[in-house]
Design a protein around this ligand. Structure first.
Ligand SMILES: NC(=O)c1ccc[n+]([C@@H]2O[C@H](COP(=O)([O-])OP(=O)(O)OC[C@H]3O[C@@H](n4cnc5c(N)ncnc54)[C@H](O)[C@@H]3O)[C@@H](O)[C@H]2O)c1
Ligand SMILES: [Zn+2]
Length: 681
């Protein structure tokens, strides 16, 4: 391939990866591979400047804006950072800084490079007025409402000395613990898992529904301050002040006197970073003094006074001794690799995730192979490849089981799904146990005192078949029973025994669970795809278990955010005779089958398929009434003016900027009378 062809190929490919990464929150390649391709393109362009294409990703910030949000212009451009994986490059960087500053002395501030989404927050008179994404660096998406859901972001800064107008920038992220929690929940209801915390954060910030965003507890670390007036002389001062004003500044930064100090910081955090509550992929080195930053200036894409040093993913090699097939609550069978223990990023790794059978095939691994294990964003490390040079005659092909490792039932694979399933929902021991565990969790029936082996014991003793049987348990059933559990790994014994106090606690918790509301009961049933939020929406809409149980697929589809996949799953679940019997058992036990019907009754469909936004006040409706009438007639409310908006309803004292924007985008504006006329059409 000649340079011209290669440049064209790389330009197209990298633009595609950027699009996937920034617009769709998907990484099709790992960052290291991406950065290598980008470096190759940069080199080719330097060698053959005439061949550079106008769409080249080398001199532009990768993202763009989206149509779903209002566009905002950044007061100061939001740039990218030059990056490197090598110490030599860092020394080169330091030499450039030294040269650029003509012999002045300087120091650096080192920070961790947080792996999330860049955010810009604007404060006017101490009040948060705007939160935006980086977008293409010049314009970003206005996601103020979503940013307001972050609890550590101050909505108002209580400090006398803050400038009238200033901007802070930072990295929005999904804490690892939260990422794990969400994925556990998704696994529980059979949803596909989120790939990694960065992409999950990026996808969450782009959601339209701020209430849904609030449910994922996003967080944000702030790392820079900008204003028109000079407030600080150094970056260090700004970090200290931001912290003092109540911003969430990670206390991992450090002032470094020279590049050798920087290297020490890099080494120090290479493994320590895994103890942080979020993923980091390197460190950022910034010249401390603002006047020196100004002297050094910017390229089209990044500051000359800063650079990112990225850590290569931590890898180790180990031997694959076996595979354990785990059966989850929904029957999905997932392989876990059992490895010879190996030290990786400060922890001993014995297991690695393999996701599913496709992954085993893709990697081409065999039993007893030497494999590469990497610690990336996830808590469990993953196998990334095979060391073929060390394959011995001992290697054996991995034969994926065709029957359930727990109960022997032949496995099935549903169309379009990567996992094999054990269809024996009720008889398969791990599935049965997981069903109980799902039932007792806090968001379901909240009988968590039954955790940690107690359920296993009840099942073992034949005291319970389905969770409905919990409500028949008596003191005599429970008192005195016990079981010894042996931890396979440590060889330690653990005794679970039901003494008087335990029994009392359990029976009280079971009794109290009868007061759990309809959405909790519905969620407790464990219908695939019916998570907490869906259960709440169904309960709000139908008001009773019977109404849900007897609802047709079409009726279910009318519930907000309920698509065909959820609707079909619900209908199929209730069509099953044994499930019906189970539900009747729960009814007989006295659980809450009736709730509050909170959803607006459908009045008509005259607004179906149309989107609305309103501004100002109205004679015949309060804001709430207007919103509920729109929804009750099949219309949809949007949160901002975009080309997608069909009508802006304009009332008294309408917001001039909204009207202006609607005019610019040719969005039809209607008055209250016209809206009422549409209702009766
Ligand atoms: N895997 C893929 O498909 C794919 C596609 C596109 C981009 N990428 C990755 O994204 C990178 C490019 O993204 P980029 O342009 O946002 O650059 P970058 O992520 O390498 O650096 C700039 C960003 O770093 C972040 N940052 C984190 N901590 C910071 C701190 N302490 N101080 C200042 N900034 C901090 C900010 O959000 C800033 O916008 C590439 O290096 C690549 O690894 C991957
Ligand atoms: Zn099974």
């Amino acid at each position: 391939m000649n340079p011209q062809e290669r440049i064209a190929e790389l330009t197209t490919l990298l633009n595609y990866y950027n699009h996937q990464y920034y617009q769709n929150s998907v990484s099709e390649v790992d960052d290291f591979s991406f950065d290598k391709l980008l470096a190759e393109l940069t080199n080719l362009e330097t060698q053959y400047p005439d061949l550079r294409l106008s769409a080249s990703p080398t001199a532009r910030v990768g993202g763009t804006i989206s149509k779903e949000f209002k566009t905002v212009f950044h007061r100061f451009p939001m740039l990218s950072l030059g990056n490197t994986y090598s110490e030599e490059d860092l020394i080169e960087f330091d030499k450039r800084v030294q040269k650029g500053l003509n012999g002045q002395s300087y120091d650096y501030i080192c920070e961790l490079k947080f792996d999330g989404v860049a955010l810009s927050l604007t404060y006017e008179n101490g009040v948060l007025v705007q939160g935006a994404t980086r977008g293409d660096g010049v314009r970003g998406d206005d996601i103020t409402n979503n940013i307001r859901t972050i609890r550590t972001v101050p909505l108002r800064v209580h400090a006398d000395s803050v400038p009238a107008l200033f901007e802070v920038r930072g990295e929005g992220f999904l804490p690892l613990a939260e990422f794990e929690r969400i994925n556990k929940e998704r696994e529980d209801i059979g949803e596909a898992l989120l790939a990694n915390p960065r992409n999950a954060a990026s996808g969450t910030f782009k959601q339209q529904d701020s209430a849904a965003v609030a449910k994922r507890r996003l967080d944000c670390f702030l790392y820079s301050f900008l204003s028109d007036v000079d407030v600080f002389d150094t970056h260090e001062e700004s970090l200290i002040a931001l912290k003092g004003w109540g911003f969430n500044v990670s206390q991992t930064w450090k002032k470094c006197a020279d590049i050798r100090d920087v290297m020490l910081y890099i080494n120090e955090w290479e493994t320590k970073r895994f103890d942080l509550p979020l993923n980091t992929d390197g460190i950022v080195i910034k010249v401390n003094r603002y006047d020196q930053q100004r002297d050094l200036g910017y390229t089209a894409k990044s500051p000359r006074w800063a650079i990112a040093f990225k850590y290569k993913a931590m890898a180790a090699s180990s031997v694959l001794n076996g595979i354990r097939y785990q059966v989850g609550r929904t029957g999905a069978v997932t392989p876990v690799a059992l490895l010879t223990p190996v030290l990786l990023a400060g922890t001993v790794v014995k297991r690695a995730s393999l996701h599913n059978s496709n992954e085993i095939e893709r990697l081409g691994i065999m039993l007893h192979d030497t494999v590469f294990v990497e610690k990336g964003g996830e808590i469990i490390p993953k196998i990334t490849g095979v060391d073929l040079t060390r394959r011995t005659g001992q290697s054996q092909p991995i034969v994926y089981p065709t029957t359930c490792p727990a109960c022997g039932t032949p496995l099935i694979r549903k169309e379009g799904e990567a996992n094999f399933y054990c269809p024996n929902e009720r008889g398969c021991p791990p599935q049965r146990q997981a069903r109980f565990e799902h039932f007792i969790q806090r968001r379901a029936m909240n009988i968590e005192s039954l955790g940690e082996g107690k359920i296993e014991l009840l099942i073992d003793r034949g005291l319970v078949q389905t969770p409905a049987d919990l409500y028949k348990l008596t003191v005599t059933d429970l008192l005195g029973i016990e079981k010894i559990f042996l931890d396979e790994e440590t060889g330690k014994k653990r005794i679970v025994s039901f003494r008087e106090k335990t029994v009392e606690n359990i029976l009280t918790a079971i009794e109290r669970s009868k007061a759990q509301s309809l959405p909790n009961v519905l969620f407790a049933l464990g219908i695939r795809y019916v998570g907490n939020t869906t259960a709440e929406k169904l309960a709000d809409y139908f008001g009773s278990m019977d109404a849900i149980m007897n609802a047709s697929s079409e009726a279910l589809l009318a519930v907000p955010d309920t698509g065909p996949r959820i609707a079909e799953s619900i209908v199929a679940w209730f069509a099953d005779a044994e499930n019906r019997e189970y539900v009747e058992g729960l009814r007989a036990a006295g659980l809450q089958f009736v709730g509050e019907k909170k959803m607006v009754e459908q009045e008509g469909d005259s607004l179906t398929g149309k989107t609305f936004l309103y501004t100002g006040t109205f004679e015949n409706f309060s804001r709430e009434e207007l919103e509920s009438r729109i929804e009750a007639n099949g219309g949809r409310l949007l949160s901002g003016i975009s080309k997608k908006l069909n009508y802006l309803i304009v009332g008294e004292n309408a917001g001039p900027s909204k009207v202006e924007k609607a005019k610019k985008l040719n969005v039809p504006m209607i008055g209250e009378d016209e809206f009422m006329a549409m209702l009766v059409m």
